[in-house]
Design a protein around this ligand. Structure first.
Ligand SMILES: [Zn+2]
Length: 463
């Protein structure tokens, strides 16, 4: 029985790939790649329209849905014998994703710009003229392919490959004072690594990339680990990181979903589980289990063994052009203490790096309305601690805009470095029994965020 037969819904089918022909070859059969090339309409050997479909994650049983939106592929000029250009000719290609209205979050396309690299992924820019046609359901942009380019790639956000993840973990392993251990295996038998650094009494956990298409999260992990472990200076760290390692022991999971990362999925592991809904049983759907979500099972087991005094779960948001945190407002233990911790944490974060802001987030959940299958809610409740979900944009960051580059992997990494400052600001209060919230400064006060922001309707084409 296929997974799909469990659902009563019918889901859109992805067409078969087109045969190899025309001026450009489309390839996504590499780590993290995702696209199905469905047709090339040739106007001339130097002009064509390439039609694409975003491929689907495996069926997600709990949500009875199929997620998709992440894409990442390569376009290469073909040999003249197969329809490619003659030596020295440029080829103008209109790229069109024809199933853009059937992805997980079609409302996220307005205001999005595709990432492009023409130097073999060394640097990325934005296709500022990326168009979403709501009526046609298409996302399109144009690219002029020049010969002798090093390799031309397109993606929803800068990719973070599994090879880069393995290199990152190996660099940590080779650094004195840093411990790397494998705490479990994914469904496809990839390692789940836990990186431990610091000797302090407070246990701070930071998990990344439950949703594998949110590659922002692993750039964030790289920044965080670079700072805390001194990866860019032979193990030497700055003064604040030094103090942080005395106050805390950090438990960092840089990639909890290696299978989804390798397979080019948006939101699921190899079995279709959305890991950020696997932290508790929902109705008769049992989670986490070794059969469905071993990635969550092993990490939660280790958290129970070690304890948690502060926690962050790192994500990207398809729609909102902001960095923000979603907090524990809906948890049963929400009150002046957790509210004070969250306000002070976010205040310090914004002061350190204004790419972070306080005013815009998801509308907070109703009192006692938290879904405990969501990781940060589960951790806030289970360990009665500061616990947040952090989201970074695919789009530009409206608080500090840069339309040509959009938000970048490098800026994700800097936010990863700066979360250390925010945790250090609240360290004395994390397990304090004093009413510290009564004496917080104005800039540390909790602000209840809103999902609406000025200019939202314009950006989303809803004027
Ligand atoms: Zn996410």
């Amino acid at each position: 029985m296929s997974a799909l037969s469990k659902s009563k819904k019918t889901f859109p089918q992805i067409p078969d790939p087109a045969p190899l022909s025309g001026p450009v070859a489309i390839s996504s059969n590499f780590c993290g790649g995702n696209i199905v090339h469905t047709a090339t309409i040739v106007e001339s050997p130097t002009k064509c329209r390439v039609e694409l479909n975003v491929d689907q994650d495996p069926y997600t049983e709990l949500e009875d849905t199929i997620h998709s939106q992440w894409f990442y592929f390569k376009g290469s000029l073909m040999d003249p014998i197969l329809g490619g250009p003659n030596k020295g000719e440029e080829v103008t290609v209109d790229y069109v994703i024809t199933n853009a209205n059937r992805v997980a979050f079609p409302s996220a396309w307005p205001g999005s710009s595709v990432c492009v690299s023409t130097n073999g992924k060394k640097s990325w820019e934005r296709k500022t003229k990326t168009d979403y046609d709501k009526a046609e359901g298409t996302l399109s942009w144009q690219h002029v392919h020049r010969q002798y380019e090093e390799g031309t790639y397109f993606s929803f956000f800068e990719p973070y490959t599994l090879d880069r993840h393995i290199d990152l973990v190996d660099r940590c392993r080779a650094t004195r004072g840093v411990n790397v251990s494998v705490i479990g295996r994914s469904l496809e038998n990839r390692d789940i690594e836990l990186i431990t650094v610091g000797t302090g009494p407070l246990k701070c956990w930071i998990n990344h990339r439950q949703h594998p298409g949110e590659t922002q999260a692993e750039f964030f992990a790289e920044g965080l680990l670079t700072r805390l472990c001194g990866l860019d200076d032979f193990g030497a760290v700055d003064g604040l990181a030094h103090k942080a390692r005395e106050a805390f022991t950090f438990y960092i999971v840089p990639n909890i979903n290696p299978d989804g990362s390798a397979n080019g999925y948006l939101r699921t592991n190899a079995g279709g589980a959305n890991l950020n809904r696997e932290w508790a049983t929902t109705g008769d759907y049992e989670a986490p289990t070794l059969e469905r979500s071993p990635e969550v099972y092993y990490v939660l087991k280790k958290m129970d063994e070690v304890g948690v005094d502060a926690f962050a779960d790192i994500h990207g948001d398809e729609e909102m052009p902001f960095n923000f945190i979603a907090g524990a407002e809906g948890c049963t233990n929400w009150g002046p203490r957790l509210q004070g911790l969250q306000g002070a944490f976010l205040g310090a974060y914004c002061r350190t790096n204004p790419d972070m802001q306080k005013e815009v987030s998801y509308d907070p959940e109703d009192p006692n309305g938290a879904n405990l299958a969501v990781c940060s809610n589960q951790i806030a409740t289970r360990f009665n601690c500061l616990s947040i979900t952090l989201e970074m944009p695919y789009k530009d960051c409206y608080t500090c805009p840069d339309p040509e580059r959009g938000f970048t992997g490098g800026r994700c990494a800097r936010l990863g470095m700066n979360i250390v400052d925010a945790f250090m600001h609240v360290k004395d209060w994390l397990r304090s029994e004093e009413p510290f919230w009564e004496n917080l400064g104005e800039d540390d006060q909790y602000i209840r965020p809103k999902e609406e922001w000025e200019g939202k309707a314009t950006m989303m084409g809803q004027e």
